[in-house]
Design a protein around this ligand. Structure first.
Ligand SMILES: Cc1ncc(COP(=O)(O)O)c(C=O)c1O
Length: 428
């Protein structure tokens, strides 16, 4: 049972007033709020168990190490993975960069192609632009249609070449051949909400590009729906703790053991080594090999507590709640669209989208609209959402984006719509 009032009571920040109004937080796509249990777990760690891990034989260090090991097991279980394949990073961006530097530099060569989609956040686009430029590989980008769905077949194919990087834009079928060595794709768009049919894509790509490795940017997926890395048939999955009720500065990279164990370390230093001589070193076993230096121990503990909280809610319930909110929002916003007051972007069917609702108010810049909403206590993001090529391809410089999570209600959506109607009046 999804008791929204009980859930809301767990998030201290929701009691805040903003400009004299109750906070209506509709920016969880950027970062989520934190429940009391996460804040308390991190506070408890610093108050009662603070010590460096893997370093001491004394009680506190052993305790801190145990807390990290337990949290790793929780995160691994949460995504259907093994603990040793679950690497802690600073955020999803670092997880993707780790793959780019460690796997990409050794496995992508001149003449290969890397396939991404136009839905990608800059974190899953720019690293591959840089790698392709460096290696003389081609970057291929699956285009989106006017509803923000990936173009799977037909369509126009375009090529671009700039600063030594060759880019091909087209439909999935046009771009897939045996030159594709990496598919790096989002599981859910942070802008349009689009949830590509990963299972279908992966099944298809493995037929035509037999040597393909698959990375899923699950930053907007793991917080919102059940993810089981093993049944996805992929090789790497990246996400951030801060979008799933956990702390900032914590990320996760899951990778298949047989691939991770062949990869060179990304960073060098303490904790990631096996044996060190003045002439060189050997590397630690997984996952330590990719975790150089003292980690964010409190952050790891906080992520573990966030996983506990989400497990208690049940990820199917989380997804269902967000689908209901999205269905409600799309229905309620349709009249505003028909009146010409707003433009809505993204897939029409809630089954094809996560909890992101992008829109523009006619004739008003997204930043102005968001600022007016802020005056009423509504926090929404505006701009290009770290996905400039996607946003600008809709012929606009920016979009307003409301994103929903476990603590949002239909009453908040009603309030958002009421205040969207006020926006044009400010400029009348
Ligand atoms: C889809 C997607 N990928 C990657 C990222 C990057 O996450 P982080 O800033 O935590 O590295 C984000 C953050 O907004 C995102 O939404």
């Amino acid at each position: 049972m999804f008791d929204i009032h009980k859930i809301r009571a767990d998030f201290p920040i929701l009691k805040r007033k903003i400009h004299g109004h109750d906070l209506v937080f509709l920016d969880s796509g950027a970062t989520s709020q934190k429940p009391e249990s996460v804040i308390k777990a991190m506070d408890d760690y610093y108050r009662n168990s603070n010590a460096n891990i893997h370093r001491g034989v004394y009680e506190l260090s052993v305790e801190a190490t145990r807390l990290v090991d337990e949290a790793r097991k929780k995160v691994a279980n949460f995504i259907g993975a093994r603990a040793e394949e679950t690497i802690f990073t600073r955020n999803a961006s670092e997880s993707i960069n780790l793959v780019m530097y460690s796997w990409g530099r050794d496995n992508i060569k001149s003449g290969d192609a890397v396939l991404v989609s136009k839905l990608e956040h800059h974190s899953n686009l720019v690293p591959w632009q840089e790698l392709c430029r460096e290696k003389g590989a081609e970057l291929r980008i699956i285009d989106v249609d006017e509803n923000g769905m990936l173009k799977m077949s037909d369509g126009e194919e375009k090529t671009f070449s700039e600063n030594g990087l060759k880019v091909k834009l087209g439909s999935f079928d046009q771009l897939v051949d045996d030159k594709v060595k990496l598919l790096a794709v989002t599981g859910a768009s942070n802008v349009l909400g689009t949830t590509p049919d990963l299972a279908e894509m992966i099944k298809k790509i493995k037929v035509k590009a037999k040597a393909v490795t698959v990375l899923v940017d699950a930053s907007q997926m793991v917080p919102h729906m059940k993810v089981d890395v093993k049944s996805m048939g992929v090789d790497f999955v990246a996400f951030s703790a801060h979008k799933m009720l956990g702390p900032t500065g914590m990320g996760v990279l899951w990778g298949k053991k047989e691939i991770l164990s062949k990869m060179r370390p990304f960073m060098f230093g303490g904790d990631m080594i096996g044996e060190v001589k003045i002439t060189g070193a050997t590397w630690a076993e997984l996952p330590s090999r990719f975790e150089a230096g003292t980690p964010d121990i409190a952050g790891i503990v906080g992520l573990g507590a966030a996983v506990d909280y989400l497990e208690k809610l049940g990820m199917d319930n989380v997804r269902q709640h967000e689908k209901e909110l999205m269905k409600y929002a799309l229905e309620k916003m349709t009249p505003l669209k028909e009146e010409g007051l707003i433009t809505l972007y993204g897939p029409k069917d809630v089954e094809d989208r996560g909890g992101a609702l992008p829109f523009n108010v006619t004739g008003i810049h997204a930043h102005d609209a968001a600022q007016i909403l802020d005056n009423y206590g509504i926090a929404v993001r505006s701009g290009q959402h770290c996905a400039a090529p996607l946003v600008t391809s809709f012929g606009v410089p920016a979009m307003v984006r409301a994103t929903f999570y476990v603590y949002n209600t239909t009453q908040e959506i009603d309030y958002l719509i009421e205040k969207i109607r006020e926006i044009p009046k400010v400029f009348a």
